[in-house]
Design a protein. Structure first.
Length: 116
């Protein structure tokens, strides 16, 4: 039985930085969507609170404006999220094809280690 060296790592693909950058961008995209949702909820709560004020009927237009902007914020956030998600999928697909080509090239032409 052959023991593995725990300190030896597997070879890292050449475009690891690009892959990690895509992952960071994907996570940032999710955080941005959550920020849009949070802002939309704040506008919804604020709009409902202003509409509940009976003594200030002149501010009802502000409440309706907050409710409308809540829906607009949510729509913009979801559309931007989906747009960037599609772009990231295309970029990831391109990088995946490059990784496949690299691994095929390495199998066809393995690097020879010179013994000195």
């Amino acid at each position: 039985m052959k023991l593995k060296n725990p300190f030896r790592t597997s070879p890292v693909p050449a475009n690891t930085r690009e892959i990690l950058a895509l992952e960071r961008t994907r996570l940032a995209n999710e955080r941005t969507l959550l920020a849009y949702i949070r802002s939309s909820l704040y506008l919804l709560i604020g709009g409902i609170a202003v509409l509940q004020l009976k003594d200030f009927s002149t501010l009802h237009s502000v409440g309706y404006l907050a409710l409308i902007s809540c829906v607009i914020f949510l729509a913009i956030g979801i559309s931007r999220f989906l747009l960037l998600k599609r772009k990231l999928f295309k970029w990831k697909k391109i990088l995946g094809e490059e990784l496949l080509e690299e691994s095929l090239n390495e199998k066809e032409h393995p690097k020879e280690i010179s013994k000195e």
